[in-house]
Design a protein around this ligand. Sequence first.
Ligand code: PEP
Ligand code: MG
Length: 855
Amino acid sequence: MSYAATPVRTSSGVLIIAPLSGHLVPIEKVPDPVFAQKMVGDGISIDPISETLVAPCDGEVIQLHPSHHAVTIKTAEGLEVLMHIGLDTVTLRGKGFTPKVKEGDTVKTGDTLIEFDADYIALNARSLLTQLVITNGEKVANFAPRSGDVTGGKDVVLQLSLAGSETTTSAKSTTGKKVTSQAIVIPNPTGLHARPAAVLANLAKKYKSDLRLKFGEKLANVRSVVGLMGLSIDNGDTVYLVAEGEDAETAVAELTKEMQAGLGEEGSKPAPAPASVAQAEINTPAPRPRSENPNIILGVAASPGVAVGNTYRIQHQEISVAETGENANKERRKLENAIAQAKLEIEALRAKVHGQADAAKAAIFAAHQELLEDPEIEEMATAAIDEGKSAAFAWKQTYTYQAQQLAKLQNELLAARANDLRDVGGRVLRILTGATVEEISYPANTILIAEDLTPSDTATMDRSKVLGFCTVGGGATSHVSILARSMDIPAIAGAEPRILDLPNGTPVILDGSKGTMRLNPTPEEMERVKQLQIRLAAKRQTDLATAFEPATTIDGHRVEIVANIGNIEDAEKAVALGGEGVGLLRSEFVFMERDSAPNEDEQTEIYASIARVLGPDRPLIIRTLDVGGDKPLPYLSIPHEENPFLGERGVRIGFDRPEILRTQLRAILKASQAGKVKVMFPMIARLEEWRMAKGMLEEERQKLGVPPIEAGIMIEIPAAAVMADQFAKEADFFSVGTNDLTQYTLAMDRGHPKLAPYVDALNPGVLTLIGVAATAARHQGKWLGVCGGVASDPQAVPLLVGLGVSELSVSVPTIPSIKAQIRELKLSDCQKLAKFAIAQATAAEVRALSPLPEK
Ligand code: PEP
Ligand code: MG
């Protein structure tokens, strides 16, 4: 069926003409949930038979994606019509597309927008289906998509009634129902702070209705974490949900239930409403401590440990920006691109800390990503751009204002999030302005003094010079403090503001355990602290001095201590610290931070050079490419998946694209000539997968005519642990990936900010699986190691040894201390401990059984 060309605008609305010739497909049928679920907007899809995308309406080109696969036109009515050629075509990076317009051009219906090579796209992308959607659907009251075959530039594909017209009003009143919830009393012990706010904002995303939270006279967008936090809602406060839209009733009912249950936060219990005086007192932040002694600064104990040094104050550099911008569309795109770039940077930080299995740090950066998706911030910045401000000015004004609002709040937890907002805000602003981060060269023995530090400042601190820090802002729960603890750097937060007046170079003793800083200490005080530090340093020295000795328990049981590495530098450090080899080379690092996959020769050289660093006797276990899930690879297009952690990840990618896996296997086999190289496959769930991977290895080996190498599997999927006896008959070794094994055993996303405290590999369920796999390996005369983050956790070490783990692949800096710890253990004690541990009910009980070794 075909429709004759029609006027583009009618009294009832707007007609959108086919941008291509082809067959129309309902948008709901597009095999990509982003389009099918109308996350981008409502519209239609076309299976094209032509190769020229033409304008479906008159308007201005407001966006042309840098990869030239998508273009947006804004009509006179303000409709934004996005056309997206193919699915996952962004990964083609422009190849196969020739744009014929640029942003800012005015076009008439039928004008050529983009020419494309359909054959190339069909071969290299997931689908040629081309979507046309209205991204600002709130301007449309009714979509009437057509069906059948259409001719590009001629036939109508969509008939739209605009919101605001008569037809619209009646259409909206039937769908736009307004519902207000019953009174909801906030049960969360510290109110609606960042985490429950983020959970609520996330839950809200699945509804179509407009959702607001009402607190007194104030209203906030429920999808906005910042807006929610800005309401400063405390435990016991009464709020109302107000929803308007087709699913308003369901949204209100479901979200009310979630809020009453505390949005998954522990310790949430219904509080009396209105809040009693006593309650109000509890919720008022304790006044900041003030010292009577001019030489003692009081603050909050943020990160334990003592440091002696001299003060050095840092101030954040101010980035200046021009107030007015070019045209609003361009400025908006600039902001979008900068936010997208910032997200990538944060994703990289997050992936890095994931790799180190540091859940607390990963959760911090996950929360930062959430802030970048905050609709309230976006709305405010866009409004300023529309008034003629530059993207940088609008963004800076917005995040500074929002951070100030948060900082003013009575609730300490919420106020602390202002700092996170300044951190992500500053990141985007730097990208927007191209400003470089000023490198500070700290004097030796620095105790940093600052009004506030950001998580990024803290994560990138020069640890060789900075011994500790003291800030006026923040508290024990601020993200900076969490980071300081994970970096083992003594710190005080919430200190008296007079620290800012101290001249640089003032001698101080900072006690991060007590939350005090002693100014101009007496010689005796200095002496006492120095003695303590000497003891700690001596311990570090002994660990280092004995780093090259084997890790053998008192009763003569040898445990192999190897390293987790990502590159040759890590290998060098590992060897220098007494590492007995590499238990896990995450080969994805060889593939990341590049524009295209390394070829066989490049890979061979990288693996061989690492093998040479290790020498002939230290093993190098190379894990084949493990991307997908939380580890994207920009040039490897992985179709959008509903559940990426349960989708094409790890070895599954290698089966889908065998040329990638075979190339890597050839490179590993060739590099095996340079050292003691072994190969390991990630994400093995089924025996068939292992056999297939092993088969590919063997085929490539025979073609190359090289000797066989040992091949093992990662035990990181519960099925593999449970069936370990069968795998052990065929594999040469096992290495337990506790990061994933914990995630899949507990069915908890390893990077989920809210679940982070519970994703603990010492959960008895996870330990039981490790024990099962270790026993199966032993019965078949094979060995089992652990390469997940828990191998570097001193509390876990005796348990793992007791369960029968014979190799621990740990983070490079911890090699000497883990070796030293093992030398103090007795295998028989560890075995008893492990037995007790798997009989415990919770991870906390297991941790209580295995206290941290004394420093
Ligand atoms: C693991 O899952 O524990 C592991 C070592 O692999 P990765 O963290 O790289 O997924
Ligand atoms: Mg893993």
